[in-house]
Design a binder for this molecule. Sequence first.
Ligand code: F6R
Length: 605
Amino acid sequence: MCGIIGYTGNNNATPILIEGLKRLEYRGYDSAGIAVKNDKVVVIKEKGRIDNLTRSVEKINPQGTLGIGHTRWATHGIPDKTNAHPHSSMNGIVTLVHNGIIENYIELKNDLIENSYEFTSHTDTEVIAQLFDYLYDGNPITSLIKTAKKLEGSYAVAMIIKDYDDKIFAMKKDSPLIIGKGDNENYLASDIPAILPYTNDCYIVNDGEFIELGKDNIKVFDENGNEKNIEIQKVQLHSDSAQKNGYDYFMQKEIFEQPKAVKDTILPLTPNGKITLPFEFPEKFIENLNRINIVACGSAFHVGVAGKYIIEEMTRIPVNVDIASEFRYRNPIIDKNDLCIFISQSGETADTLASLREAKKRGAFTLSVVNVPFSTIARESDGVIYTNAGTEIAVATTKAFSAQLSVIYVLSAFLSQKKGLMNETEIKKFTDEILSLPQKIQFALECDTITKNLAEIICQKQNVFFIGRGVDYPLCLEGALKLKEISYIHCEGYGAGELKHGTISLIEDGTVVVAVATDKKLYNKMVSNIKEVRSRGAFVIAVVCDDAENIKEFADEVIFVPKTIKHLSPSLTVIPLQLLAYHTTVRKGLDVDKPRNLAKSVTVE
Ligand code: F6R
C-alpha cells in the first residue's frame, strides 16, 4: 500500500526520491508524486506507474536538496493526478504526504470549509494539510501536536513547511515510519528497503512521536513537545533481493527460492537437530495453556487454518483461527492462559496489528510469525519467530507462506514435546523430516513443466475449483486464492465433502477441479469426491504424493509431489498450486507481480 520517502541533505533530492519510490513499488500503488523544495516547492504527480512520473520529472527537472515522495494506493477518491500526493495547503504553508486513513475527515473538512478553506482533491489526506495550515502557530512541532490531537485514524505523515528550507517534519500513529541517518544527510521512509542503498542506521519512529529531520540532526519529540533521546540501530537487510536474477517475474523467482526460504527459517529453530525457540514462554504457561488463537489475513490465514489441523492433532490443545478483521471486532474470549499467534509476512497488516493489541489488552501471551525484521507486529509481540524468507516483492505471497508453514511445524513439535505427547525418538523423526523439506520442495518444483502445460487449459476457463480434505483443505483455499488474485479467474477452495451441499451445482462440462489428496486415511473419500465431479463433466487435476495408488484411473491429469509425513504435506502440495497460478497468469499476459487493485502491505483496515 502507499509508500513514503523523504530526503534532506546536500544532494539533489529528485533522483533519491524517484529511486526510493521505485523501491517502494512492490507495496502496490496507482499514482505517485514528489515535492522538491528550493526557493519554492515544486510538486509533480502522475497517475499510474513511476515511469509516468519519471517522464514528467525529467521534463521539469526540479533541483533542491529537500524533498518528499509518495506512492498512493487509492482509498478516498479515485486514482488520478489530483488525488495523488503530495498535497499542499491552501495558503501554501505545508506540502505533505500521508499513509493511512483519517476516519473523521468529513467532519474536519466541513469545519475547515466553514473557515473558508477550499479543497482541490477528494482525499482524506488533504484535510491534514489544511488543518495543519489552519492550526499553524509558527512552531512546526507544537502545530503538529495540535493537528494530531484532532485526527482520528491512522497516519504516517511527512511534510515540508514553507519557512524551513532543509527540514522535514513528520508524525505517526498506527502506520510505519522510519528514519535513516546518513552523513550530512538524512532520510525518511515508510519501510526500510526504500533507504537501504544509502544507510543501515535507522530509527524506527513510535506512535505519538513528532519528528524534526534536519540534514545533520534528528530531533524526536513526545506528545507534550519534550525532546526525547533516541537510539539509532543498525538494520541488516539484503538490498539485492529486489533483483529478478534472470527470472521473468519476482513471483517465479520467489517460488523457486522456497527451498532456501524454508531452510533459512528452520535451521535457526533446530540447532543440532533440537527444537529451540528464540523466546521464552512465561513460567508454567504451557502447563496452564487452555487454547491457541491464530489470527491473520489472506494467505497467512490459510497457514493458520493448516496450523489448526496440525497443532490440534499433535498437541491436543484447542485452536481457534480467525481472520484478523473479524477477530478485532468480535469481542473474542481470551485470557492470560491463551496463546495468540499472529502470522504476517509484512508485519504491518493493519487488522493483524490491531488484533495483536486487542489480545495483549486481554492478557494473552502474543507470539508473532513475521518476515520483515523490525516491523511493528514483530516489535509489539511478547515473542517473535522470524521467517527468514528474504524480501518478498511479488504481491502474491509464495516463499513467505512456505516459511510460515515451517514455523507452524516446529512450534507444534515444541508444544507436543513440552506436553509429553512426543518422546525423544518421535521428536527426532519429526525434526529430521522437517529438515528434509527443502530438498523435497526442490523435487516438487519439477512439476514446473506439467503445470505450464496445464495452464494452457486453465487460462481458458471462467471458474476453477480446488477440493481437499484434512490439511489439504486449507491448501485448497490457498490454491484458489493464488490463482484468482493474479489470473482473475474465479476460483473456490472447498472441503471436498462440502461440495455437494451447494457448490457441485456449478460443475459442468469442462470445469477444472483441482483435487488435493495426500492423506492416506482420507484418500478413498477423495476418490469418491473426484468421481462425483468427474461424472458431472469436470476435468480433474489430482495433486497427490508419489505413492498414491491408481490415481491415474480417476483423474484426467496427475501431479505428483514427494511423500512426507502427514502433517508436513502442505509444504509440498502448495508448490504445484503456486505454479498453476503463475503459469496461467503468464499465459493470460497479465502482470504476475502486480495484480490489479492489490497491495503488498495492507496498512489500512
Ligand atoms: C495473497 C497475499 C495476501 C497476504 C495478506 C496478509 O497472496 O499475499 O493475502 O497474505 O494480505 O499479509 P501479511 O502476511 O503481510 O500480513
